[in-house]
Design a protein around this ligand. Structure first.
Ligand SMILES: Cc1ncsc1CCOP(=O)(O)O
Ligand SMILES: C=C1C=NC(C)=NC1=N
Length: 215
């Protein structure tokens, strides 16, 4: 799975929306370019329910030709033939994930330092997620707000490495994330909690397209 478009990377799980499948379909209609199935938190689904929900999301992504990436759960990703896996520093080791899912799948890694970015590259990551750029309400154990400093450092040191910024990103604060060198923005609440998720995705896509051209 090469040259993936990380421009507008939506992340969601069953706890992020009342009707998650209709939110995902709206986001897909609004033009998201990548989706991450992130089923985490106190009331997250497990086992058979989690797999069934993941496959419903995967089916929608397939209809819209959008890559379907699973957060952390490597076995689920393999079981349902997902397009890739995203891992955090405390999740499964990225090199192990790469070895398990094979060369043509997507491996994404959350990084919080230059050293972690270096290690992610060595492990065979296709992209890194850097944040939280701004205050986030969607991850209770998020690291301190980092701004765009690390995005600038990593994009300067590793110009070829795809970077997505994450954390509190909206249509009005996305510009600095791209200016700092990110290839894309990762979003939960600006889309999942929006009055109209399709319009929210369209607005974010418009901003992302403006900046992706200037890269
Ligand atoms: C998963 C994750 N990692 C760092 S912040 C975050 C949550 C992003 O959610 P939101 O876009 O609602 O701030
Ligand atoms: C924590 C994360 C950072 N970045 C991305 C893309 N996904 C995540 N779940």
């Amino acid at each position: 799975m090469k040259n993936v478009d990380y421009k507008l990377y939506f992340i969601m799980g069953s706890i992020n929306a009342t009707d998650p499948l209709s939110v995902l379909e709206d986001a897909l209609k609004g033009g998201i370019t990548c989706f991450q199935f992130r089923e985490k938190g106190p009331n997250a689904l497990a086992r058979t329910e989690k797999k069934a929900f993941a496959q419903s999301c995967q089916r929608l992504c397939k209809q819209y030709g959008v890559p379907f990436i699973v957060n952390d759960d490597v076995d689920l990703s393999i079981e349902i033939g997902a397009d890739g896996v995203h891992v955090g520093q405390d999740d499964t080791d990225a090199a192990f994930v790469r070895e398990k899912i094979g060369a043509d799948k997507i491996v994404g890694v959350s990084v919080h330092s230059v050293d972690e970015a270096k290690a992610a590259i060595a492990a065979g990551a296709n992209y890194v997620g850097i944040g939280p750029v701004y205050e986030t309400v969607s991850k209770d154990d998020a690291k301190p707000v980092a701004g765009t400093v690390l995005i600038e450092k990593v994009s300067t040191l590793f110009p070829e490495l795809p970077i997505v910024g994450i954390g509190g990103i909206t249509a009005t604060n996305a510009e600095p994330v791209f200016k700092a060198g990110a290839h894309g923005i990762s979003i939960i609440s600006s889309i999942a909690s929006a009055e109209n998720p399709e319009i929210a995705a369209k607005q974010l896509k418009h901003t992302a397209n403006q900046w992706a051209v200037k890269r």
